[in-house]
Design a protein around this ligand. Structure first.
Ligand code: ADP
Ligand code: MG
Length: 253
């Protein structure tokens, strides 16, 4: 079953140069799709179009068999709930004035009337916050701290907990480990892998780092200069018919 389909997406910021040039991709239920390519190739632009942060010039995004462009308010709200995000810089993603508990509860409070959670069962908001912290392997005492009191890796765990709190169908992770030290990077990748096993959601995992993508993802899409060059299952990475550019990426990883 397909969670989301992107059809022929085009986006340019400046006339004459396409940041994303006719990209089509789909993500299956429970699948982790890696999107890899060098800096500036258009990965974030694709993510921003998917999230509605940027308006696309052409193409369509289909969620639940329905083009988003035709969605009514209720369907759009459902889409926003089911497609959550984790960005590169957790400091910028967390409100510095809110305690961790309040950041964690934010999506839940926004969407609670629409929610029927399957994984999280709780008796109070306090209990829910504790479960979320536990799920991302953070000490429960962090609930009453502020973001500046946490390490980068801890903050990124909070943004991950917040994203999974409303049990979305898809999480778009745009370079989620790029701002972290190598040890935290590995730990976050492991966490993301195990969360996917327990919660069953899909990921669009964006990274310039093929090794990270290879570790986490079942399928890999390669972009260069706005174009999608290659899409393959992880087991096919060393196949002889891989795109020459994919082979270059493999050589340096
Ligand atoms: P990536 O995430 O793969 O590093 P981006 O999607 O950020 O790539 O960028 C793709 C291209 O679009 C680059 O040439 C970049 O300079 C340009 N770009 C990205 N965002 C903007 C913007 N807001 N305004 C103008 N150009 C942009
Ligand atoms: Mg980017």
């Amino acid at each position: 079953m397909t969670v989301i389909e992107i059809h022929n997406l085009k986006k340019s910021y400046n006339p004459g140069k396409l940041a994303v040039n006719d990209v089509s991709l789909s993500i299956q239920k429970g699948e982790s799709l890696g999107l890899v390519g060098e800096s500036g190739c258009g990965k974030s632009t694709l993510a921003h179009c998917l999230l509605g942060v940027e308006k696309m010039d052409a193409g369509s995004i289909v969620y639940n068999e329905e083009p988003i462009a035709h969605a009514n308010r209720k369907q759009l709200r459902n889409y926003r709930r089911n497609v959550q995000t984790v960005f590169q810089n957790p400091t910028a993603s967390l409100n510095p004035k809110l305690k961790i508990r309040d950041s964690l509860l934010d999506p839940y409070l926004q969407f609670k009337d629409d929610l029927q959670l399957k994984h999280f069962h709780f008796t109070s908001k306090q209990d829910f916050v504790q479960q979320l912290l536990e799920t991302v392997e953070l000490p429960k005492g962090l609930a009453d701290r502020y973001p500046h009191e946490l390490s980068g890796g801890q903050k990124q765990r909070v943004t991950i907990a917040r994203a999974i709190s409303i049990e979305p169908k898809l999480i778009v992770l745009d370079e989620p480990t790029a701002s972290l030290d190598v040890l935290s990077q590995g730990a976050i990748l492991e966490l993301l892998g195990s969360l996917q096993q327990t919660l069953g959601m899909s990921y669009l995992f964006i990274s310039h780092d093929l090794a990270a993508v290879y570790q986490l993802c079942q399928r890999i899409a390669v972009m260069k200069d706005g174009e999608l060059l290659d899409v393959f299952r992880k087991e096919e990475i060393y196949d002889s018919n891989r795109h020459d550019y994919t082979k270059e990426l493999i050589d340096i990883f």
